[in-house]
Structure formats: structure tokens, C-alpha cells
Design a protein around this ligand. Structure first.
Ligand SMILES: [Zn+2]
Length: 230
């Protein structure tokens, strides 16, 4: 009986650990694949868009914790050299980049897309490329009309009341799966412990208050349809 209880406890611990790893980008995913269901939904959407002359291309899909930590540490060092304090550096980086372990790109459900049939040059993930006479305006209009039919939704919307990351007209999420991830999301305190323990530069000096605010404003600062209990 005692053995059985041990096995059951171990089982539930492993399940909790697995879902924690999935949320934070620590599960093994050597080929950096999207989740299969999300990839299939994207393929269908791509086929439909092609018939309207738009060639959807994923420029960023799955990203691991390790990769996000490289990005973070590189930026951290840059600002450190400029003499900014850990809290100031934190605020700077999270204008555009996520804290490693908190990126939605860790989930295999979220994508940054452009239209590769358009003619463009330079940095592609710039809001002005999706507005006015920008090369991806046609794609943006198409996505506004059609994305939700395939299960995709814009995450960082243009909305003054939304907190956190700036407007990103290129970042879409496959809602049926990403909502499950946010349902299993660690509590703010668990996330704080995780960040402190994972060799992320500055994380031993950045204040609890900063990190807890980031959790509330950034992690949860998304289109309401992506949050649980919508
Ligand atoms: Zn993105």
C-alpha cells in the first residue's frame, strides 16, 4: 500500500514537473517544432491564404528556455556596460523581450509571421511594415478576417488598456492549445523561485516587486480571449 502511494505521488509530481517544463521551455524539443495540432492548423491557414495571394511564413515559432536565456543575457550585458542598475535593465529588456521561462514561444503554440510574397527589406518585425503602405498590410487584413476561423488570435493587440509588451501585429497564438498552457501556468511565487534558480543574469538582484509586476502586467497582458475563464 505504501509503495502504491509512493508511485502515485511520484506520478503526480512527474506530471506537475512535466507541465512546468512545457510552460517554461525546458522540455526537450531538439527540432524546435510547434505542437502538432498547432502546426496542422497553421498549414490549413497557409493553404487558404495562398489562394488569396498571401504566402504566410513563420519567422519565429518554438523557442527554448536556453535560447531565450542567451538573448536575455546578451542584452543584460549590453545594458550593464552602460551602467544601468539591475531593475533598470529589467525594465529596458522587457519592453520587447521576455524573461526566459516566460515566453509564449516556449509553448509551441505561438508564431511570428510575415507574408513572404510581399517585397520587403530590413527588419521585418516592425509595426510600420503592417500599417499604411507597409508590405504586410494585405496579410494583416487577411488575418483580421480569417485567423480566428483557424484558431489563431493576435496576442499583443493595439489597445491602450492592455498592459505589458508593446503592440506586435505579427504575433499570433493557436488558442485551443495556448489556453491550456496558461491554465497550467505556475503561480507568481513559483515563477519567482524558478527564475532565481536558473542562471538568468541579474535575477538574483532584480527586486521581487519588479518580477511580480511583470507577471501581472506582461504575462497576463494579452488579448482576453487567451486567458482562462474568458
Ligand atoms: Zn512573437
Amino acid at each position: 500500500m505504501r509503495i502504491l502511494i509512493c508511485i502515485l505521488l511520484l506520478g503526480s509530481f512527474t506530471m506537475a514537473q512535466n507541465s512546468f517544463d512545457e510552460v517554461t521551455g525546458k522540455s526537450p524539443n531538439p527540432k524546435n517544432l510547434l505542437q502538432q495540432e498547432a502546426q496542422r492548423a497553421f498549414d490549413k491557414m497557409r493553404t487558404a491564404a495562398l489562394t488569396d495571394g498571401i504566402d504566410l511564413l513563420i519567422v519565429s515559432g518554438y523557442r527554448s528556455f536556453t535560447r531565450q536565456r542567451q538573448i536575455w543575457n546578451r542584452k543584460y550585458k549590453k545594458y550593464q556596460v552602460q551602467g544601468l542598475s539591475p531593475d533598470q535593465i529589467f525594465d529596458k529588456i522587457v519592453e520587447y523581450s521576455t524573461v526566459p521561462g516566460t515566453s509564449r514561444h516556449h509553448w509551441g503554440t505561438d508564431i511570428d509571421i510575415i507574408d513572404q510574397s510581399a517585397s520587403y527589406s530590413g527588419d521585418v518585425l516592425m509595426p510600420n511594415k503592417f500599417h499604411g503602405n507597409g508590405p504586410f498590410c494585405k496579410m494583416k487584413e487577411w488575418m483580421e478576417k480569417n485567423a480566428s476561423n483557424f484558431g489563431f488570435e493576435l496576442v499583443y493587440t493595439f489597445n491602450d488598456r492592455r498592459t505589458g509588451f508593446k503592440y506586435e501585429p505579427w504575433h499570433y497564438s493557436y488558442v485551443p492549445l495556448s489556453r491550456k498552457r496558461i491554465q497550467n501556468y505556475p503561480t507568481a511565487q513559483n515563477l519567482l523561485q524558478f527564475l532565481r534558480a536558473n542562471k538568468i543574469m541579474g535575477m538574483d538582484q532584480i527586486s521581487d516587486e519588479r518580477i511580480l509586476r511583470y507577471y501581472k502586467e506582461h504575462v497576463l497582458g494579452v488579448h482576453p480571449v487567451l486567458l482562462p475563464n474568458d
